[in-house]
Write a protein that binds this ligand. Structure first.
Ligand SMILES: Nc1ncnc2c1ncn2[C@@H]1O[C@H](COP(=O)(O)OP(=O)(O)OP(=O)(O)O)[C@@H](O)[C@H]1O
Ligand SMILES: [Mg+2]
Length: 360
């Protein structure tokens, strides 16, 4: 049998070496059950060079202060809510926080409209429940319950999509640090180190839907869109390189095209050209950094498998048009205007102009 590759290892697996190296030199105090000190967790997130020259790659590109606030809040008895528009690395940061702090990012509740209380409290193995009646062996703990028992971090993704009665189950957990199990006449008390990191999208549906009682138990950290074009290019470049490696795409010089995609996304998002001269209409989609990453990665796959291996306008046009035009009518108009008034006028963008015209 040939060896199989895991498509996406968990952060604690993918960065096991870095986490080990950090733990080895980390002499600052660690909160109970934490694998690293808060300082080292932030180094893991934003990158560092250790005294022995081990390189810790940056996972989050942006403000160090923001990560310090997030980590500090996890060291208190308040939970952490990462809030932001789509593609601002909320899930990504949450996974890396759990990996660095607890060594385990897998205690995850994926929030949807159908998330039931069992996902936050516990459920039952019905075969055993029928055979033995309620017993510890028949109980199926939720990721939150497991995190409480083991003093780890539990992650709740898309908290505001969870129905409010299920959200309310988290209130007891967060304020009492206890989960009652009336069927067994017992309770689970959280061990030090337990906490919750939730993420929520402030575009899909408002965070207003978080009940005031629950919201008071969270410290909110808003993850912003990348501040500058340079930052955004760095994020895209790094993630494209990582993804390319795991998809076994050959490393290709893509910096010029990355800069171009980022420019298009930023201009349309902000409604004004880079030089500040032309006002633009913004399309309905978010045009997030995450989408820029996938436009480039798809382009690289096209170039590798169907082109000459060089990433150019022809490989990107389809992806960009797809990302911009979410509503065929309204966004189609916005895009056509951008093409004619901005793209066409840029001398070194002719290739891109014609490639986009061809797609439509
Ligand atoms: N500031 C940043 N630093 C590093 N990577 C970033 C940054 N912003 C976005 N990314 C990258 O964007 C991708 C998408 O991020 P992620 O899925 O975490 O977004 P999200 O905020 O959870 O979005 P959604 O609201 O759609 O769930 C990740 O691959 C991440 O690496
Ligand atoms: Mg997410």
């Amino acid at each position: 049998m040939t060896e199989q590759t895991i498509l996406r290892p968990h952060a604690e697996q993918a960065f096991a070496e870095e986490l080990k190296a950090l733990a080895a030199v980390d002499e600052r105090p660690r909160p109970a059950s934490w694998q690293l000190s808060p300082w080292a967790v932030v180094d893991y997130l934003v990158g560092a060079t250790l005294p022995d020259r081990t390189l810790i790659t940056p996972k989050y590109i942006g403000s160090r202060r923001l990560m310090e606030i997030a980590v500090a809040s996890l060291a208190t008895d308040r939970a952490l809510l990462l809030l932001g528009v789509p593609g601002t690395a909320k899930s990504w940061v949450s996974e890396h926080l759990a990996a660095a702090i607890s060594g385990d990012s897998t205690l995850l509740v994926q929030g949807t409209a159908g998330t039931a209380e069992e996902a936050v409290r516990y459920g039952w193995n019905y075969a055993r429940l029928l055979a033995e009646g309620p017993s510890e062996g028949a109980m199926v703990p939720s990721p939150v319950m497991t995190a409480m028992q083991q003093g780890r971090l539990a992650r709740v993704e898309e908290l505001t999509r969870i129905p409010s009665d299920v959200q309310d189950a988290l209130i007891t957990v967060l304020s009492e640090k206890t989960l009652p199990v009336p069927e067994l006449n017992t309770e689970v008390q959280a061990v030090a180190g337990f906490n919750i990191i939730a993420t929520a999208n402030d575009r899909d549906r408002g965070v207003n839907e978080l009940s005031a009682a629950l919201r008071r138990r969270f410290n909110t950290v808003v993850l912003p869109l990348p501040a500058s074009a340079e930052d955004e290019v760095r994020i895209v470049t790094q993630r494209v390189a990582d993804l390319g490696r795991s998809l076994e795409l050959p490393a290709t010089e893509a910096s010029a095209e990355i800069a171009r995609v980022v420019t298009v996304f930023r201009e349309l998002r902000s409604g004004i050209t880079e030089d500040g001269r032309t006002n633009l209409k913004s399309p309905s989609g978010t045009l997030s950094t995450a989408e820029a990453i996938s436009v480039i990665t798809n382009g690289l796959a096209l170039a590798t498998h169907f082109g000459d291996g060089e990433l150019g306008a022809a490989e990107l046009a389809g992806g960009i048009v797809g990302a911009v035009i979410k509503d065929p009518v309204a966004d189609g108009v916005v895009w056509a205007e951008y093409l004619e008034t901005v793209v066409k006028q840029r001398k070194d963008w002719k290739d891109f102009y014609w490639a986009c015209r061809e797609v439509q």
